[in-house]
Unconditional design. Structure first.
Length: 146
């Protein structure tokens, strides 16, 4: 059984414009308790800005987060997936490309959600725990003939 990615992602996603100061984007991330924001221009995904980008592209370069625009330090043209992408494919993309956040779009650039590797792992752990409980109940059920 496949679980649609939107059910396990952060949606609606946190979106900012390329002109948004990094400080405002970080404030939005902190308030929403997320590690990435979608960067959208005219309703279309143009980039992604993550905690890692903050460290590598702002702090490490000693840039002023109030004066630096997200569009200048984002990852442009990020990998994105459709909402019906299988979970295993999304995880494979994230692991292969070494990123922890993946925008979910409608195929035309409209961002529907933001999937994090944490979302995927939490979902998998929950499913495995349910499987273990079911197996324990099955093994513990003592039918006729014992």
């Amino acid at each position: 059984m496949t679980q649609p990615l939107l059910k396990i992602s952060h949606h609606p996603p946190i979106c900012v414009a390329p002109e948004t100061p990094v400080r405002e984007a970080v404030d939005a991330m902190v308030q929403a308790r997320v590690g990435a924001v979608a960067v959208v221009k005219d309703g279309v995904l143009v980039g992604i800005f993550t905690e890692r980008d903050l460290m590598k592209r702002v702090v490490a370069r000693d840039l002023d987060p109030r004066a630096t625009r997200v569009g200048d330090v984002m990852v442009a043209g990020p990998v994105e997936v459709a909402a019906d992408t299988p979970r295993h494919r999304a995880l494979e993309l994230m692991l292969t490309n070494h990123f922890r956040h993946l925008p979910i779009t409608d195929g035309k650039g409209t961002v529907l959600g933001m999937l994090s590797i944490r979302n995927l792992l939490r979902h998998q752990v929950t499913r495995l725990a349910e499987d273990v409980r079911a197996l324990e109940q099955y093994m513990g059920a003592d039918g006729p003939g014992g």
